[in-house]
Design a protein around this ligand. Sequence first.
Ligand code: SAJ
Length: 411
Amino acid sequence: TRIAVIGLGYIGLPTSAALASRGVRVMGVDVNQHFVDEINAGRVPIVEPDLDTAVAGAVAMGHLTASSEVPEADAFLIAVPTPFKGAFEPDLSYVRAATESIAPRLRGAEVVILESTSPPGTTRQISEWLAELRPDLTFPHQSATPDVNVAHCPERVLPGRIMVEMVTNDRVVGGLTRACAEKAAQIYRIFCEGEVVLTDATSAEMAKLTENSFRDVNIAFANELASVCAKVGVDVWEVIRLANHHPRVNILNPGPGVGGHCIAVDPWFIVAAAPQESRLIRTAREINDARPGGVVDAIVEASPATDAPVVACLGLAFKANIDDLRESPALTITQMLSKRLPHGTILAVEPHVDALPQPLAALDNVHLVDADVAIAKADVVALLVDHTQFHEIDRESLAGKQIVDTRGMWR
Ligand code: SAJ
């Protein structure tokens, strides 16, 4: 079996490595030539535990190669971004481009699998696009016995644990026909030790969106509780600790907002598909999106009434122990603070980066420094990410400082 993986990012590359390390011939495809060159040299252009050794090994064995051109293959796996654009409209342009690049390579009997998290109906859309591009072949929305099979198998791995969860998580495989699902499932059984659960394509699309919306709604509940407890004058962490002693209550952690490119995005696909019916999901998104602004207010309120307060912002990543800054509330908070305190100094601390990322790098009053330096100089210390390194901070160094602890680490 030869498998072409379109998109070598946080999902495509680990999936390629998982398949290749089991002896499958994997040809990775990416529009980014730098990624292609790095991978062919056995190097990994992203940070994820154990991915580097898996890729280096697969490349050295000759099982994994990368290219900017889509080759002929028995299976095509699409793992490209599905962001949203404008008024929360799903942007399927990368999926469309991937489909167009696959179409000329089809000869019949292949499986085309969409892994990208997508709005309901996208898998069928791919089948329709392929039929337009290749009128000489039949596709599963046209025939019960199509030439080419099309299925959806959403990724569900947790950043930071991708190489483990890739193998151990159950997989949902939704086919446009039952046979499509079965053919796609065979590929996942190569490396997936969890259960491979078969369904239809739209149910699989909805299941993935539902998983991330479930988490978003539950985090919104914790965040709303934090605001309520602040008003009532009790510690939200204590309230949650007590409530979670109930056998059927399991409240998540409040925080500075919800980051990453999945949970903060996917619920909008549900809202876009059924706006009238998704009031709770929409409100949860709004609650979580309002968190960074609330944290900034709290920091400004805690700042001394001097002209030039110094604020230490501990953490820029979207969650603990990763270097991923995408949609990070900590980054948003640091950026907003720079504007709210134009004469102040913002000392950002992020052990996982060497230089300030944009848009922070362009701001005069934001500097990247070590934790001890930031804390020593700060009037206000804002804990934004619960990185393991921050647990080692000497509590005595915080004496006399105003503290805004968004993660409940110092309570
Ligand atoms: N967060 C809180 N409180 C919590 C838990 C998380 O504020 O109690 C925040 C985090 O700090 C972070 C954000 O939520 O900013 C999201 O972090 P996460 O660890 O919950 O999830 P992701 O975005 O890293 O990965 C999620 C996972 N989905 C679920 O757990 C349902 C993962 O399994 C998916 O594969 C991934 O989205 C994806 O790619 O869709």
